[in-house]
Design a protein around this ligand. Sequence first.
Ligand SMILES: CC(C)(COP(=O)(O)OP(=O)(O)OC[C@H]1O[C@@H](n2cnc3c(N)ncnc32)[C@H](O)[C@@H]1OP(=O)(O)O)[C@@H](O)C(=O)NCCC(=O)NCCS
Length: 166
Amino acid sequence: MKEITYRQATALDLGQILSIMGHVNYLSFRFGRQNTKHARETVKGEFHSRNFFVCALKNKILGYAIVGDAVALMHNPLKLTKKKYAYLMGIGVLPMHQGKKLGTNLLKHIVEKYQELGYIGIYSDVGSDNSWSIKFHLGLGFILVGSYKNSQRPKHTLSLVFLKKF
Ligand SMILES: CC(C)(COP(=O)(O)OP(=O)(O)OC[C@H]1O[C@@H](n2cnc3c(N)ncnc32)[C@H](O)[C@@H]1OP(=O)(O)O)[C@@H](O)C(=O)NCCC(=O)NCCS
């Protein structure tokens, strides 16, 4: 799909981003049963302290990713070097557009932008039950650097921490 653009999101994209977050279960993963209004307001409040990226076909947003600085935003029990590393806090593509390389291209765009900013790598957290996302990360050159138990995830599911060095 040639007409797809990959870019930093604007506040005007937030409504569509939140809708995709609902479709890919990001809101329920992060906020559990808390009411949707609270979840949406929290994400909107984070817009200025994190970098939101989108892939879009004209005005239609098909996927999003949220990236931040690992020192400020990556909180896990693993002893990992965080300085000069970015942290992928979430990525999602509308279900009917998954498997068409949109996520891959969006992440490649993000890597370019963070390299320009002087970062030397990017971390990401993936549920051990999310085999598509694990394949997605491995295909992009991420390597597994650790795992930990995360109470946000279902029982018997670990958080796997992946790293891609630039
Ligand atoms: C994970 C996700 C962001 C990947 O984006 P995408 O645009 O669908 O992925 P791509 O088309 O770039 O595919 C890259 C690789 O991911 C895996 N993959 C992605 N979607 C897949 C699907 N529907 N079925 C099987 N494998 C899939 C494959 O290994 C694929 O490589 P291949 O095409 O060489 O087999 C997207 O599928 C998604 O939004 N999933 C739901 C939310 C989620 O799990 N987010 C990640 C949380 S850590």
